[in-house]
Design a protein around this ligand. Sequence first.
Ligand SMILES: Cc1ncc(COP(=O)(O)O)c(C=O)c1O
Length: 371
Amino acid sequence: MVSVPEFIKHLSPYKAGKPIEELAREKGLSRIVKLASNENPLGPSPKAIEAMKSITSELHRYTDPYCYRLTHAVAEKYNQAAEGIFSAAGSDAILQYIISTFTEEGDEVLTSEGTFIGWFVNVNKYHRKSVTVPQKNYRYDLRALAGAITEKTRIIYLANPNNPTGTIFTKTEFESFLTKVPDDILIIYDEAYTVYSEHNPDYPRGLDYQLDNLIVLRTFSKAYGLAGLRIGIAFGHPAVIRELYKVKLPFEPNFLAQQAAIASLADDEFIKKTVELNTRSLHLLEETTDMLGLRRTVSAANFFMILFDDTESALEFNEECLSNGLILRPLGSFGFPNAVRINSGTDEETAFAADVLKRVHKKVIADKVSF
Ligand SMILES: Cc1ncc(COP(=O)(O)O)c(C=O)c1O
């Protein structure tokens, strides 16, 4: 047999939210709603679909490794220099490239407990030393993070809004934190859900901070509805971005993804609709959760966490939701075994989910309590 490094032996393949077809097969259900992966329930922008259709006859060509048209469209949209923009197959891929470019064996990377699992997956696959600090009340504790910096810290990862809590840290907290981070430590500011929170005056918008050691990540997987295509972007100092191009797979993101992303950026109406629907849907789901007396996080994104007294109740609640055709995300692997995550849906999906939550709550919690 070929040999496998010890640290690889201990890794497990990524387990995503349950696919709809899998649940349909298991339970023989005709109606299934998936609110488990923070996707946009509206699908891609119609402009993105048109743009992809228009280039299918060119798919025999390799793409431009520098993604010229895409980086220039992004530069124009956000008023940034194109040399400071990098794109790859999802922000997950960009995290991988950042770790492989800016760290070596023995270095430490620092973040909060209870944050995006993809960060830890990438850190572990490069066998880097992960240092974490606890959250405070389901929020990043930036003061504790600054206090955990050591001479070996090379990267600090921040997701704002955070996944899976949906919570944010504020401008004041962020600005105070920045004064405590030495400028040879790279800060990754992951704004996967920024479209949902940027209207909040307390939310620190990454692009407002032009620091040499700050990389801002955005993705087309969430509000832009292109999760299946795999495309994300990074904004950073041109000297930092130049290094990333050395490790990037040359022909990602694929051609369809680049075209779809360019068209999506021009569709402000679609983003407006997306944000409005999210506000409406989350409001109804939050209202339902509150009415049932379930604890939850206060979200600035398109999802929130429902908290149970113990792991067993969370798992039972999740299983019952599955039996009723509602796919949620259990959060044991994120460090919250007593919680599940739910995201916004279409109006129809939201009504379905609210109904399932009520029925499952009655069966799993209310009827037990009254016993
Ligand atoms: C905070 C955060 N960052 C990054 C990602 C990954 O996005 P992508 O699909 O671009 O890899 C996610 C997806 O769940 C996320 O929640």
